[in-house]
Ligand binder design. Structure first.
Ligand code: UDX
Length: 868
């Protein structure tokens, strides 16, 4: 089945150092173990924490925990209000209408319901006999209301009347259970009724094969692609638009409200392409958040109003890519006009509900989905869900997205009720459309196929990596890599049109392969096909707020680059004075990170004109093997960075910039062990003042081991050069250095002397390390601790030019300037300063300004309707 993720509540007790991801637990642990802070295991709210008085006495433990953990008062109040509404039974509908004319067929396990002397009881067995009752119908109703605990799961029934247990020829089935039974059934039925209660199964409708409808002369359908985007993979998004583009289709693009860069850079497409529009009403669509559904419905509503004549909406993200041509997709959907494509979970409904957390209330605020307690889903409808990647017909989109948005339109009670329920649902788009489809007049347009193949690798993708965003364990599919090609190729003869996920910073070769598969190779003279550039920083961005350590590093590297240029120009005859950093871009070639590019303004020889320069830099790694031992011999990677992605097993901080507020992570990889054995190694973290600040022990197993260690370090980290020592068999066998850069900027402004004193003095509290003396013995011969401590104190006083010097001296050791170019608009500098021998960026293969035709969006080709 499609639904293969394991969503269970997060366990905050996971040790930070236990890098393989701890066991996934089944019970919520927020109450007693919330960061170890005392007093959380209580059953009432601490009112003094709140600047409002809750409307009711909040008793649910989970709600209390959520209110306590929320950061802002506004959010705490929202959590309290919703909890009170639910406690007073004023929020959720008790019952919703089901207007599906053909409620599917029954399937699944038969659940029995019978009445003994005292009460109705639920049986999980197959058949149950009703020995004494007046009416089977009455029994079933009683049974459904009192015996069956699960709203949201629909049951159907069949009844038999006979004097023997089935299977018996004498039984008389009546699926509506409207048998006329006399007052004393014992007489009429020979003593027994048998009632089977079934969980209603999922009706399956198969889509039409295009061939069969091709002759019917139906005009080809038009598709509205609803792109829901996040992140900074601009060039991949342009590539996606390019591969999907046809002038007859439409593109409606929602960019997460927090992503200035992607929004700004895509907005320009509206100017040249009339069928592209960006959503102006933008949501901060956190992972799994209720806002994702609000965003989809608002966007669909907009799509209905734009005057565009589309027949289907297909939602896609920045990491989707087609695996069939546009024509194949159009043929298929033309043959299936009016159908709705959603993928269902394929389990028992109740099990799905529990796994998905549909029976819990979630409240979104402070960019988090807070779990506030259990809830009962409405009676009368059947919950359904699976994937949130869908292809919906225009009539159905009109049904779900009009009623909720427009006040003047009479609201459909099902849609309205579902809206209330799904405003407080985790991963709402994974169930809303399915449930609306299944219980409405559209139920027989339900096709159990979301047209997608998804690269699930549970072992990697289910590590509760969204704990900081949702009170639940979420999973993500992996990015496709060349080794996954058979899986993509396997879609060829199936009704699958898209695949996810693709990320060129992880692997671009597979995207090239898919595109070539669909549309043939690019002409051989196309340059830079194997390159990929992705923005890390742009000076025009306010959100997300730029990382001060990155801005500091970038400014420092432009100083180093300019100094290098001046030297190259033979003394100071060509003095380059760096100005603002405009952009930082990471540069990848052949799926290797090649370094980062700094685009900056500069003034040459004190002139009045600003020139724009791009410099290519590369982080330097230090790994020293001191002793030839089993683990040191196997060491392939041993470096410190941040932003470790457990799913893709790599650090997303390519430049490895770390500042006093970063969370460093040790990334290590050991080669295959020729003689199988397992053992422990220890990592000793030593700060720039020579103090041992953390000891992390890891267990090394056989085989290729890629892993990470997240130390618990106090902030602000002491700036300067840190060391991580690898200890095996009571000796330091290898070590690496990493840099924590002092900050030149805080929130974009130069730091003052006072700020520098605070930022650069370290955490202020001494570390208490168990057995420190013993560990220090292993380190002592290398460290003159008192000299380092004195130096750290002096460094913390540095500011202004002196601070910049310190920063530049450190960065010189950890970064290398590889090359520099000027933009063509700045070529006049070459005349002024011909000794620089600079290249023109637009003609330089590594430059972010080099041609990149796979992502270049040109004009619409009038013959083909596609983009040039
Ligand atoms: C998985 C499932 O495949 C997907 O169906 C479900 O919606 C989320 O979990 P995953 O890879 O984890 O996917 O999520 P991702 O593709 O990163 O995000 C899902 C959507 O939310 C994308 O459209 C993405 O652009 C958007 N998103 C995500 C945001 O808008 N903001 C965020 O902060 C995170």
């Amino acid at each position: 089945g499609l639904y293969i993720r394991n969503k269970v509540p997060p366990d905050k007790s996971d040790s930070m150092v236990r890098s393989n991801g701890g066991a996934i637990v089944k019970v919520p642990k927020f109450n007693s173990k919330d960061g170890g802070s005392p007093g959380l295991n209580r059953t009432s709210l601490r009112l003094e924490e709140l600047d409002f008085v809750p409307a009711c006495d909040i008793v649910a433990k989970e709600a209390i925990s959520a209110i306590h953990r929320a950061k802002t008062q506004l959010c705490k109040q929202k959590l309290a209000n919703i909890t009170c509404l639910i406690q007073q039974r004023q929020l959720y509908p008790h019952h919703l209408p089901n207007s599906c004319p053909s409620p599917g067929f029954t399937a699944g396990k038969s659940l029995g319901c019978y009445r003994d002397e005292k009460k109705f009881r639920l049986l999980s067995g197959y058949y149950a006999n009703l020995k004494t009752t007046n009416s089977p119908k009455h029994c079933i109703n009683m049974c459904l209301q009192s015996g069956f605990p699960y709203a949201g799961v629909q049951y159907s029934t069949e009844c038999f009347c006979g004097n023997e247990e089935p299977p018996s020829a004498s039984r008389r089935p009546d699926s509506s259970c409207n048998m006329k039974c006399p007052a004393d059934p014992k007489e009429a039925c020979g003593g027994y009724f048998t009632i089977n209660v079934f969980e209603t199964g999922i009706a399956k409708f198969t889509p039409q094969v295009p061939r069969e409808v091709a002759e019917s002369g139906e005009p080809p359908v038009k598709i509205a692609f609803l792109l829901t985007l996040n992140g900074r993979a601009l060039r991949q998004v342009r590539r996606l638009i390019k591969v999907l583009f046809h002038r007859d289709h439409f593109f409606y693009i929602h960019v997460d409200a927090r992503q200035d860069y992607l929004y700004r850079e895509l907005l320009v497409l509206e100017r040249s392409l009339p069928n592209v529009r960006l959503a102006r009403h933008r949501y901060a669509t956190i992972w799994g958040g209720a806002s994702l559904l609000q965003m989809l419905l608002t966007s669909m509503n907009e799509l209905l109003k734009l005057g565009w004549e589309w027949d289907f909406v297909i939602n896609l993200s920045e990491s989707d890519f087609p695996v069939k041509t546009n024509n194949q997709l159009v043929d298929f959907l033309t043959a299936n006009k009016g159908q709705n494509f959603v993928k269902s979970h394929g389990r028992e409904v109740q099990r799905f509900i529990q796994k998905q957390g549909l029976d819990k209330t979630f409240v979104e605020c402070d960019a988090h989905m807070w779990r506030t307690g259990d809830r009962r889903l409405p009676w009368g409808i059947q919950m359904d869900g699976g994937s949130d990647w869908v292809a919906l017909s225009r009539p159905f989109v009109g049904y779900v997205a009009t009623a909720v948005q427009d006040v003047h339109i009479q609201k459909d009670p099902l849609v309205e009720g579902l809206n209330t329920v799904f405003k407080h649902t985790l991963l709402p788009a994974e169930s809303f459309f399915h449930t609306a489809l299944r219980n409405s007049y559209f139920c027989d347009t339900y096709i159990d196929n979301n047209l997608h193949v998804t690269n699930w690798k549970r072992r990697l993708g289910c590590k509760c990596q969204y704990k900081h965003v949702v009170d639940w364990c979420g999973c993500s599919p992996n990015d496709f890599k060349p080794e996954d090609w058979p899986r993509l190729q396997g879609t060829e003869n199936r009704q699958l049109f898209f695949a996810r996920k693709f990320e060129p910073v992880i692997n671009q070769a597979i995207i090239d392969q898919v595109e070539e598969w669909l549309y043939g190779p690019y002409p051989s003279n196309v340059a830079n096909l194997q390159s990929y550039w992705q923005s890390v920083y742009h000076c025009a961005d306010l959100s997300p707020p730029p990382d001060d350590s990155l801005v500091t590093l970038a400014a420092s590297l432009t100083r180093l680059s300019s100094k290098g240029l001046a030297l190259r120009a033979d003394g100071n005859s060509c003095f380059v004075h760096p100005g603002n950093v405009l952009e930082v871009t990471s540069y990848h070639n052949n799926d290797n990170y090649k370094g980062s590019l700094l685009l900056y303004e500069a003034v040459v020889n004190g002139g009045s004109k600003t020139v724009i320069i791009e410099t290519w830099v590369q982080p330097q790694h230090y790994m020293t093997i001191l002793k030839d031992t089993e683990p040191s011999r196997r060491l392939k990677t041993f470096l410190v960075s941040s932003e470790y992605d457990q799913k893709e097993q790599m650090s997303r901080n390519f430049l490895h910039n770390l500042g006093p507020f970063s969370e460093p992570i040790l990334v290590y990889q050991l080669g295959v062990n020729p003689q199988p054995s397992t053992y422990n190694v220890t990592f000793l973290w030593v700060d720039p003042a020579g103090e041992l600040v953390e000891v992390s022990e890891v267990h090394v197993e056989d085989g290729l081991v890629g892993n990470y260690v997240k130390p618990l370090l106090r902030e602000p980290l002491l700036p300067g050069i840190w060391t991580v020592n690898m200890v095996y068999d009571a000796a330091v066998v290898a070590f690496t250095h990493f840099l924590v850069t002092p900050l030149q900027f805080v929130s974009g402004a130069n730091v003052s002397q006072q700020q520098a004193g605070f930022l650069h003095s370290g955490p202020g509290q001494p570390y208490q390390i168990h057995d420190a003396a013993d560990w220090n013995k292993l380190l002592d011969n290398k460290i003159d601790r008192s000299a380092l401590q004195r130096k750290a104190v002096v460094n913390a006083r540095r500011f202004g030019l002196d601070l910049k010097d310190w920063i530049d001296n450190l960065n010189m050791k950890f970064y290398k300037v590889l090359d520099t170019c000027v933009t063509s608009s700045s070529r006049h500098v070459l005349l002024e300063c011909d000794k620089l021998h600079l290249k023109i960026c637009e003609n330089t293969a590594w430059s972010s300004l080099a041609p990149d035709s796979k992502s270049q969006i040109g004009m619409v080709n009038l013959t083909t309707g596609r983009l040039n």
